[in-house]
Write a protein that binds this ligand. Structure first.
Ligand SMILES: [Zn+2]
Length: 453
């Protein structure tokens, strides 16, 4: 078996692992690099043949750091199928079309205001490219082994996000078996059931996003209620820059529960200003049996919530002076409608900007929660005087204890374990615990490294 780590080997983005097994060539995930410019520039590097010359692509889940490079892959000549769970296929459509739209918008804006270093800014891919990639998606049932060419492939639900799965690839009955954890969810996630465990792996690739951290034990509902009460008491609004898929629905669930409990005022306006979050909410409802939430509650997620439809309505909301709660994307404030709200709200001390998700290093969100007093938005310096916070307890990722618990469930040590999908300190911390507590053979691969195991 040969593995080549083409992304998410020295960071949390750009998940791409090439596997050669049983004479077949498979790409596990095809994610976008995000965050630090150093990483983002990899999206534009010449594509290694190892990436495009594969027989199949297997997708763990729809998050862009796992799926967001698929349109570029197809644009560069990939003509095979892209396999994923049915719910991941449905979410990928929403996410890739939005990603392509943002790429086009960014290029257009950079050209109009001339703040691109390049002579003419080009999108990484267009909506037409995204549609070509989506046409290659093939839904795969979860929980049982499926044949793809000469390989057996099993998708095992991993919590984390609607449709998210770990992937087991085996070379026939009793043959070598590689397990890729994908992103692992939490034991007590608001929306998703805990990740299912995988019984056997000869070679294991495990994520380490929170490999060096434990999530705070705080109740995210209580913290959010306290933030909202305090902010509206001083006449401010709460902005929740949120991932449109998963996190936005968890926030809606939390806000509805707070409202019913009387922990926040019944009449406090709640806005969802993200067409993608609206589309994703519909998909969460359609796939309600995959959630741990009672169906009746899933149905009522948007009761009494205003869906902001047009960009004009969004602009009007950004100018409004009335206290409100605004959920808007993107989750790391790297683009999308949230930027207009951020621009309007950041200079005002009465407002509160609360990030409910993971912030990749180098993103605007990461700089804000680190205490930046100024951020650049659309080429303009915006002072930050609003309160800024991070609701880490709402994370959709297993923390270090939960990662260890998932690993403990394997019946025998893998021959080799690779720690991927973590910032260097997180990946190394998990590596040490696997070595010391489990006694397994484990290491952190380097970006671009190819290994025979
Ligand atoms: Zn993810």
């Amino acid at each position: 078996m040969k593995i080549q780590f083409l992304g998410a080997a020295d960071g949390v983005t750009g998940s791409r692992h090439r596997l050669d097994l049983g004479g077949q060539r498979v790409l596990l995930d095809c994610g976008l690099f995000q965050g630090f410019k150093l990483h983002r520039e990899r999206n534009w590097a010449p594509l290694p043949p190892a990436l495009t010359e594969v027989d199949a692509v297997l997708l763990s889940h729809a998050h862009l750091d796992h799926s967001g490079f698929l349109p570029a892959l197809v644009k560069h000549g990939y003509r095979g199928a892209i396999y994923a769970s049915a719910a991941t296929c449905a979410l990928a459509e929403v996410m890739l079309m939005d990603s392509a739209h943002l790429q086009e918008e960014d290029a257009r804006r950079a050209n109009r205001y001339g703040y691109s270093r390049h002579a003419k800014a080009l999108p990484l891919y267009t909506r037409a490219d995204a549609m070509k990639a989506l046409a290659r998606l093939r839904p795969l049932p979860t929980g049982s082994e499926q044949r793809i060419g000469r390989l057996g492939v099993t998708l095992t639900p991993s919590g984390h996000l609607l449709g998210a799965c770990s992937i087991t690839v085996s070379a026939g009955r009793g043959g070598e078996r590689l397990v890729f954890s994908g992103d692992l969810g939490r034991r007590n996630d608001l929306l998703m059931p805990p990740p299912q465990t995988v019984p056997r792996a000869d070679v294991l690739l495990v994520e380490s996003t929170y490999g060096n951290r434990s999530h705070p034990a705080e109740d995210p509902g209580a913290r959010l209620a306290e933030i909202i009460q305090r902010t509206i008491a001083r006449g401010g609004s709460v902005l929740l820059p949120s991932f449109a898929v998963g996190r936005a629905q968890a926030l809606l669930l939390l806000l509805q529960r707070l409202r019913r409990r009387g922990a926040i005022p019944e009449q406090l306006p709640i806005f969802v200003d993200s067409p993608m979050a609206q589309a994703a909410t519909t998909l969460y409802r359609r796939h309600a049996p995959l959630l741990r939430v009672p169906a009746a509650e899933t149905k009522r997620l948007t009761d009494g919530v205003t869906m902001v439809e047009t960009p004009q309505q969004s602009m009007r909301l950004a100018r409004s002076r009335w206290p409100a709660v605004i959920i808007s994307a993107s989750g790391m404030a790297t683009g999308g409608r949230v930027l207009h709200h951020l621009k309007a709200m950041a200079p005002e001390p009465r407002h509160h900007i609360c990030f409910p998700g993971f912030q990749v290093g180098g993103s605007r969100g990461a700089r804000l929660i680190a205490g930046a007093t100024e951020v650049k938005i659309h080429g303009e310096d915006v002072p930050v005087r609003a309160e800024v916070s991070h609701l880490a307890s709402l994370s959709g990722h297993a923390d270090r204890e939960e990662l260890l618990a998932w690993l403990h469930a394997l019946r025998a040590p893998p021959r080799q374990t690779f720690v991927v999908h973590g910032d260097p300190d997180a990946a190394d911390a998990l590596r040490l615990r696997i070595k010391d507590e489990l006694g397994w053979t484990v290491r952190v691969p380097q970006h671009g490294e190819a290994v025979e195991v």
